[in-house]
Design a binder for this molecule. Structure first.
Ligand code: GTP
Ligand code: ZN
Length: 343
């Protein structure tokens, strides 16, 4: 089998970062899934399983976020005994990364090198505004283009009305209601997985990510949970997660259904996700306006005329606080890390 890697997004830029490692016993490949220590990788010769090589282990010890993840392009090395090792993760162009509970961790990379991140939120049960805002901040932060996908649109009479409501929480983000059983909205998503393009799906467990990935891929390559709880929450039953190739080119990365996502310590994603609030704040009389009781505060004015909701402002403040706390934690970590290493 010979696979054309350009269908998966391999281009001149990735090729040039591979070149220094290009030897007779190395090949590039894209990570379909990464389990502890073993990655499933698609190369021009087909799918192969690779353990972590010495170099990759060293890199990961230095920075765990450099462990391979779905979507990574990597350097594989073929050994004379037919073993294959993953030696290096090539620099990522975009990275979907969340803060983990482990406070020493540099964050968990959920997916890499996607062009688009779909925040996947079900229409049934009711979409959760705060979750959508948080996931959109994470999606913006990744460097890829976000879209908001509202799944299970067949479960409500007027999905367009719900899409309009949610559009207010998603400035500059296309909102696409979809249904897998009826096929509604799927064509719009297919445009995001044309040859060379990668779409990552991000959303809570039961949101309908695997169902969507399967529908886009064209064949059922991932087991989908069949049990739907009475509350519509579903159960986390799928452990088999990966990047799937779409017939005709392109790929979809299905990320694990996540309960909570912590934001890391940068706020550029947050600023994009709350572009409406940032825009308003730019019109306040004082540069350092706290939007509380200052005179000529554009944010307070928007609250008064109803163009901004108290809920959204509170949500923005909450996420900002979270990022600030994480930022302080991180600087403390950085200050103490070298000392710790000496012991
Ligand atoms: N009616 C309807 N049900 C859907 C649709 N898409 C998904 N579902 C159902 O929603 C449930 C959850 O779908 P999954 O695709 O497993 O959700 P997931 O986001 O992958 O969940 P995790 O694997 O836990 O992360 C399943 O019972 C699906 O059959 C849809 O468009 N319409
Ligand atoms: Zn203000």
């Amino acid at each position: 089998m010979s696979y054309d890697l350009s269908q998966l997004g391999w281009d001149e830029l990735f090729a040039s970062s591979f070149r220094p490692y290009d030897r007779s016993d190395t090949v590039p490949g894209r990570v379909l899934r990464a389990d502890r220590g073993v990655s499933t990788v698609l190369t021009a010769d087909g799918v192969t399983r690779a353990g972590l090589g010495g170099n990759a282990l060293l890199e990961a010890a230095r920075d765990p976020s450099l462990l391979p993840c779905s979507g990574d392009w990597a350097v594989l090395r073929n050994w004379p005994d037919r073993r294959v090792t993953l030696e290096l993760v090539l620099p990522r162009r975009t990275t979907l990364i969340r803060r983990t509970a482990d406070k020493d961790s540099s964050g968990q990379v959920l997916a890499a090198n996607m062009d688009t991140v779909a925040v996947v939120e079900p229409i049934f049960p009711e979409p959760n505004d705060a979750r959508v805002e948080r996931l959109l901040a994470l999606a913006w932060e990744s460097g890829a283009d976000p879209v908001l996908v509202l799944t299970k649109s067949d479960t409500t009479r007027d999905p367009a009305a719900i899409a309009r409501q949610l559009a207010a929480l998603a400035p500059d983000v296309p909102v696409i209601p979809v249904s897998v059983p009826t096929g509604a909205g799927l064509d719009q998503l297919r445009e995001l997985v044309t040859p060379g393009r990668t779409l990552a799906l991000l959303g809570r467990s039961g949101a309908g990510k695997s169902t969507l990935a399967n529908a886009l891929a064209g064949t059922s390559v991932m087991p989908v949970q069949t049990i739907r709880d009475a509350d519509g929450k579903g159960r986390h039953t799928t452990a088999f997660r990966q990047l799937v190739t779409v017939a005709g080119g392109g790929s979809v990365i299905d990320t694990p259904g996540i309960r909570g996502v912590g934001l890391l310590d940068t706020d550029s994603g947050l600023d994009r996700a709350f572009a409406d609030v940032i825009e308003l704040a730019g019109h306040c009389r004082f540069d350092n306006c706290r939007h509380e009781s200052e005179p000529e505060c554009a944010v307070q004015a928007a609250l008064a005329d109803g163009s901004l909701t108290q809920r959204r402002l509170a949500s923005w403040r909450k996420l900002h606080r979270e990022v600030a706390v994480e930022s302080r934690r991180r600087s403390v970590r950085m200050a103490t890390a070298p000392r710790r290493r000496q012991h």
